[in-house]
Ligand binder design. Structure first.
Ligand code: FE2
Length: 473
């Protein structure tokens, strides 16, 4: 008698966990130091023949300390109808996201975690080395006639930068905003960017961030700050799908312009860096350039959020509180052929209302920013926080600041400059915790190739750099 075919065992592999489907998997730190695993997958589970579909069926399994469980769907693949953008309608298009975004909270103290065979980096109790970068994407912007050669690794060096930076083995990465720059189509006659994806969908996010940053996403958990390029009329939809650390909600998705007055202002939060140090993350995505009237709705939003910052900065036991937002507040913006512009007047106006010319609340020792595409390290003779700009991560650089700075040039009224150290070469910064019993951090600025340009030693709100003025690469 012929043997009947036996039922075959189910494939060992989980269809949603096939590694080829996973476009990126990383860990981001949110409020209360919650580590969140995220995965972007091109897999979509087939609908069941009967019964209701499991909403998480497209998500891969996350294995934590040997135990596998399915990640939760954060937001499903889809194409968002065209909304008003920063560009003319003719230069815009609906944002296509043909990928599902999945997530899972990681338990504190987890020793190992992996998705689809890819090991995830986990937070350290006492991080020693924090890699800082900002303004990393490749600029394609019709209004400015700016078409950076995205396919030229020297003119847009983010991939090389991320590889070098990963080689420094950071415990944590801090990105201070502006991940996405490919807003408009590259004209056919410009060879350096020809064929680049453009607009605000997945393909541009993949090209500007997830692909080039892969070595650094694999190396350490990230803290992600929002830049003006991630405001709702620009890459805000991708910001909320992929990077924002709070639960996804349609009202804060940037999909509907009617919600922009909420979605452009995410609430600040603090992340502790082991003992005695913390970072306060602040969203200035939509801040303008001019001082705000007290009656302005934006003034009121920021005022309230800065009151929360004051409460966070008052946390006991902290010797270094680092305030981080995208736009420099007490630093400069170089202007070709003219004196440099001061820090952001809108933020200064709100901070003056709360704290006078101290600007920052008590308890903030360091301020970290991007937005200006250079490196600046400023020590004040007045009692203002040490201020560092590290916005040289890949987008077109700004011109160098004048050296020396013209007399009387200040980032804000009421400040007194002691020293400024600056350069305008592509690169990143590494924060290293100072050896005990010293408190505070070393802030080291590197080129893309990993050459150390300057080391600044922070003690409280003072910063002593080993070089001053312009530093040649
Ligand atoms: Fe910016």
């Amino acid at each position: 008698m012929a043997t009947q075919p036996q039922p075959q065992p189910q494939p060992l592999g989980d269809a949603a966990s096939v590694s080829a489907n996973i476009q990126s998997a990383w860990v981001v730190l949110g409020e209360d130091n919650q580590a969140i695993a995220r995965a972007i997958t091109s897999y979509s589970a087939p609908l069941p023949a009967s019964g209701s579909a499991d909403p998480n069926a497209s998500c891969p399994l996350l294995t934590v300390d040997g135990k596998a469980s399915r990640m939760t769907l954060r937001v499903a693949a889809g194409t968002v109808p065209l909304r008003t953008t920063a560009s003319a309608p003719a230069d815009s298009k609906p944002s296509s996201f043909p990928v599902n975004v999945c997530e899972a909270k990681l338990p504190a103290g987890a020793a190992t975690a992996s998705v689809a065979g890819q090991k995830l980096p986990l937070p350290k109790a006492e991080p020693q080395r924090i890699l800082v970068l900002a303004d990393t994407g490749c600029r394609l912007k019709k209004a400015d006639n700016a078409y950076q050669p995205c396919s030229d690794g020297t003119a847009w060096p983010f991939a090389a930068l991320a590889t070098t930076a990963a080689g420094f083995n950071p415990d944590l990465v801090l990105h201070i905003g502006d991940y996405h720059y490919r807003e408009n189509a590259c004209p056919d006659d410009i060879a350096g960017c020809k064929g680049s994806p453009w607009g605000y969908g997945w393909d541009t996010w993949q090209a500007d961030l997830f692909k080039p940053a892969a070595p650094l996403l694999a190396k350490a958990p990230w803290i992600m700050v929002r830049g003006n390029h991630e405001e709702c009329a620009r890459a805000g939809q991708g910001w909320y799908r992929f990077l924002d650390t709070r639960p996804y909600a349609s009202a804060t998705s940037c999909d509907n312009p009617a919600d922009d007055n909420t979605a452009n202002y995410s609430e600040p939060y603090a992340v502790t860096l082991g003992s005695e140090s913390q970072v306060i993350v602040f969203d200035t995505a939509k801040v303008g350039k001019a001082a705000l009237k007290t009656t302005d709705a934006q003034f009121q939003v920021y005022r309230k959020q800065l009151q929360s910052v004051a409460a966070m900065a008052g946390k006991t036991g902290m010797s270094t509180t680092i305030f981080t937002n995208h736009h420099p507040i007490l630093a400069f913006a170089p202007v070709a052929g003219a004196n440099p512009a001061p820090g952001n007047l809108a933020m200064q106006s709100v901070m003056t209302d709360l704290n006078g010319t101290a600007y920052y609340p008590t308890g903030v020792q360091v301020a970290l920013h991007g937005h200006v595409h250079d490196f600046q390290a400023i020590n004040f003779a007045s009692t203002h926080p040490a201020t560092i700009v590290s916005g040289n991560g890949g987008d077109n650089l700004d011109v160098a600041l004048p050296d020396p700075l013209p007399a009387g040039i200040l980032p804000a009224p009421g400040t007194t400059l002691d020293k400024i150290t600056h350069h305008s070469s592509f690169g990143f910064m590494l924060m290293e915790r100072r050896a005990s019993p010293a408190k505070g951090w070393l802030f080291k600025s590197y080129t893309v190739a990993g050459k150390l340009l300057t080391t600044c030693t922070q003690t409280g709100s003072s910063l002593a750099c080993d070089k001053s003025g312009f530093v040649a690469p």
